[in-house]
Write a protein that binds this ligand. Sequence first.
Ligand code: ARG
Length: 612
Amino acid sequence: METITHRIARILAALEPGADAGELEAWLERPAEPEHGDLSLPCFKLSKRLRRSPQAIAEDWAERLQDDAVAEARAVSGYLNLSMNRAWVAEQTLAALERQGEAYGSSDRGAGRTVVIDYSSPNIAKPFHIAHLRSTVIGQSLRRILSFSGYRCIGVNHLGDWGTQFGKLLTAYRHWGDEALVERDGIDELLRLYVRFHDEAEARPELEDEARGWFARLEQGDPEAAERWARFVEISLAHFNRVYERLGVSFDAYTGESFYNDKMPAVLEELRAKGLLEEDDGAQVVRLDDYGMPPALILKQDGSSLYPTRDIAAALYRKTHYAASRILYVTDYAQQLHFKQWFAVIERMGYPWASALEHVPFGRVSFGGEGLSTRKGNVVKLEEVLEQAVQKTEAIMRDKVRDSRARAEVARAVGVGAVIFHDLSRHRLHDVSFEWSQVLNFDGETGPYVQYTHARACRLLARASAAPQPDNPAAAGGALQLVDDSVVADGWTEQFNEDSLVVDGGVEQFDEDSLVAAGGAEHLTDDAAWPLVQALHRFPERVEQAERSLEPSVISKTLIELAQAFNRFYHHCPVLTEAPAVREARLRLVGATAQTLRTGLYLIGLEAPQSI
Ligand code: ARG
């Protein structure tokens, strides 16, 4: 479907040889005041080129512009103000939505291109930390947005399962490890051991040497080290997978840092052969003076590999193994220098595809104003956060939904959704402060609010398909009872008080196809429906914007706009009680909204229960 702005720009450009469609489209504004119409084109910039006054251009175009999409064109003080033909826009939008269904908003912009997305990537032997939640949910959302835009996406979990910290853990286990405790407490016990190592090493620095020794043994394949390490990995993965299951997140590969251990010698050989490796204070580095950066550390004095070394090996592998056109790395912005450095090493190695490597940074997460650090042990565990979110949601729903199984299922989708949405509701580079009162503020601009709005639209559709038509004489009496619950104010908790949340413990089902009847868009022109029509119309543009800027918050914001526009429509425009033609047209709009909300929720990784 061609967007309105694109269409208008194209038609105006055709009227005037000196005008350029792309330029006009960029200049089109959406005026804040309704009396200025839906779109406005300032003609000042054209004035010089066309040697006419802005007002003369606007007047000329207002007179000559003839298009189905435009109801009225006026020239006002050098602006060309356009009011859209609302029925036409509504019909185009609904027809596209009905034709494409869940593919509405998708595209083939990325066709034939493969993107590897490296996300989540937590560190073994440490509990899944709330900061890793950001990488996980941003990465998962990007994967969905990019797939929806035609790319082939490979989700990779670059587990932090290699490095000197394993030497520390092996040392700690040697001194204070108790298999029974590890068995019982799993990852929590591993964290205790790690924290204890740091405490003790302050007084006994020789422990650090011991740890380096153990990591060297691990890298050389020492059986005792390898076996214990494998156990740490197993315990950690069991824990991570529980979290992923809750979040509904998946990966195509769990190739962590250790996966590249046997690929390292070839990388070192290549660096050496290309004359890039230099000795610096006993360590091996690649100089990046030309880039104005400190050298990239490749090998430590003791010959052990480093985080950048493993990233270089991983990039070479991904480029060839997946034939990747782009490789994205979703981590916190504190790692910016690390990525810049080793991207530069790839460039110095002579690979033109260095430009395919993109760091997708995001802001820090703090919990109640405090920073997070593993060494001191004050980690906020995501598993606990999610559990609490679900429990709190279930408590809110306790009196509203009788059936406990249905309630638990919905509380899971809504509670987890609240946490994910909170994380994706702001621009990814902004820091987030994780405060319960905000995450679970279900009256605000939150995931539950959007999910609730979707369920509300579904409920309306279910009633419509179950209810007799008001023009059916046999049902004349019944129709009167089909009063919408549109009197309820916006806001999720209040809306929870509505009746018919769940009918007899079951979930109301509906068949959208049976409701769809083309035509009738002339009934969708009132002021309460128009913002909703426009929000639906713009959805594909918003997906494109999210894809180009690698920014899931574009989708979250769109969902809030859509939900707010729908709730205003719902409040002002009764549906089921209207005459058949109006009812059918409004139901089309409700069906289209439900579909678009569902798609948007999917794109940021939230479920869309039909009944809340
Ligand atoms: N494990 C790292 C951390 O927790 C993130 C890894 C990101 N991916 C990468 N290829 N470096 O900080």
